[in-house]
Ligand binder design. Structure first.
Ligand code: NDP
Length: 380
């Protein structure tokens, strides 16, 4: 199979229209408006990014050379983004490209099925990526998770197993694996700290996915312990942004709501049906902020176990729906179908560790939803 070395993303070349954060607020228990409008705010072998000094490095944390380092990542380092066409992968490609990295390696699923160990080994042997962002996976919302648990478990277990093993064999310098906040127990104390991992039963609606993701974290840790591999795991909260999945049968809540409001507006309908009671509380992170965090962690984080990535702020599904409605279809009426599952009652990450390292999210929920809707409209 032939890898692609790129400077742009294949799934869409439309850049997101980013708005400036509108206001500041950090209280986890603040009012709806303050949450929605808020601008939220180790070490086997430390790494940092080098290159065009003005552009490379974390956008709001320490720049290149500002922390003790032993390994520099030059702009010509070979970097493989597994899952480059997806929501997260495309954002990482955008971020790396913007920072001047030129030696980006990608391969579409049609040429490389990441569940195939032989093919993945051959790909790594041919390309020998120095750095790997492992952000491929079978992903979806409550409906997809609960109706396709076998796929969610098998695909995700296989993808991380093949890529982690191939990275070890080919001598990859560092790998960043992306888990999910779904790994934490259903009744975790909130905000969820990393030490909650494996402390209680999982949320049944996404148990298969969570078990695969937990195995991925443990795999990275096991390779670190047994082989000394510098493989790290980051746990993002719910993500949204350009290149998200807007298919109502498999999408997450935010893009699903955006599409529902949009289609109701086109049909001239006032009522919009929302799954669940609207009371469940969730946290949302713009994917460009996540991409920035991934670069930051590739440079700064070298420890076993997961590190949370989020805003640390949550809102109820009702508040989210009201916000999306106000942007997409002002005046729409929300109708909640409480017979549909809510999932975990509340899920918000404790992000004190990554904040203390010098990284915070920058995009307010209102600005992020508005720019994502602009992107969505541009695709129609
Ligand atoms: P997407 O579905 O948008 O993208 C997944 C990517 O993985 C796609 O490029 C897809 O290829 C690729 N892929 C899937 N299966 C295979 C395969 N067998 N072989 C090759 N490529 C494959 O997902 P996201 O970007 O949203 O998620 C990326 C990661 O982030 C996942 O690990 C997910 O668990 C994690 N995450 C996502 C969250 C979210 O809210 N979206 C929240 C927390 C974590 P193709 O384009 O061909 O389908």
């Amino acid at each position: 199979m032939s890898p692609t070395r790129i400077n742009s993303v294949s799934r869409s070349s439309t850049p997101p229209q980013r708005n400036s954060p509108s206001s500041h607020g950090t209280s986890r228990s603040g009012s709806t408006l303050s949450l929605i409008d808020a601008r939220t705010p180790g070490h086997i072998r430390p790494v940092y990014w080098v290159g065009p000094a003005a552009t490379v490095g974390h956008v709001n944390g320490a720049g290149p050379g500002e922390r003790p380092t032993t390994t520099a990542i030059g702009v010509d380092s070979s970097i493989y983004v597994a899952g480059h066409g997806g929501l997260v992968g495309s954002a990482i490609i955008r971020r790396l490209s913007a920072a001047g990295f030129t030696n980006l390696i990608t391969a579409p699923r049609s040429e490389l099925d990441l569940r195939d160990q032989g093919a993945v080994n051959a790909f790594f042997a041919a390309n020998e990526p120095q750095y790997v962002f492992l952000v491929a996976g079978t992903v979806g919302g409550i409906l997809a998770n609960s109706t396709r648990p076998a796929e969610f478990l098998y695909d995700n277990m296989m993808i991380h197993a093949t890529v982690v093993e191939a990275a070890r064999v080919s001598g990859t310098d560092k790998l960043l694996y992306l888990g999910s906040s779904c790994i934490y127990p259903r009744l975790s104390s909130q905000p969820i700290v990393e030490s909650e991992l494996l402390s209680g039963p999982l949320e049944p609606t996404n148990e298969a996915y969570a078990i695969a993701k937990i195995a991925g974290i443990k795999l990275c840790d096991a390779y670190r312990t047994q082989y000394g591999c510098n493989f790290v795991s980051a746990m993002p909260t719910n993500l949204y942004g350009p290149n998200d999945n807007f298919d109502l049968t498999s999408s997450h809540v935010l893009p699903a709501l955006m599409r529902k409001f949009h289609e109701a507006k086109l049909r001239g309908e006032r009522e919009v049906e929302i799954w669940g009671s609207g009371l469940a509380k969730r946290e949302f992170l713009h994917v460009d902020d996540l991409a920035d965090a991934c670069m930051f962690l590739m440079r700064e984080y070298d420890e076993p176990g997961p590190i949370n990535v989020g805003t640390g702020l949550d809102c109820s599904i009702r508040e989210l729906a009201e916000l999306i409605g106000s942007i997409v279809h002002p005046g729409a009426e929300l109708v909640f179908d409480a017979s549909k599952p809510d999932g975990m009652p509340r899920k918000v990450l404790d992000v004190s560790r990554i904040n203390a390292m010098g990284w915070t999210a920058r995009t307010s929920l209102r600005a992020g939803i508005a720019s994502t809707y602009e992107w969505f409209l541009a695709q129609q």
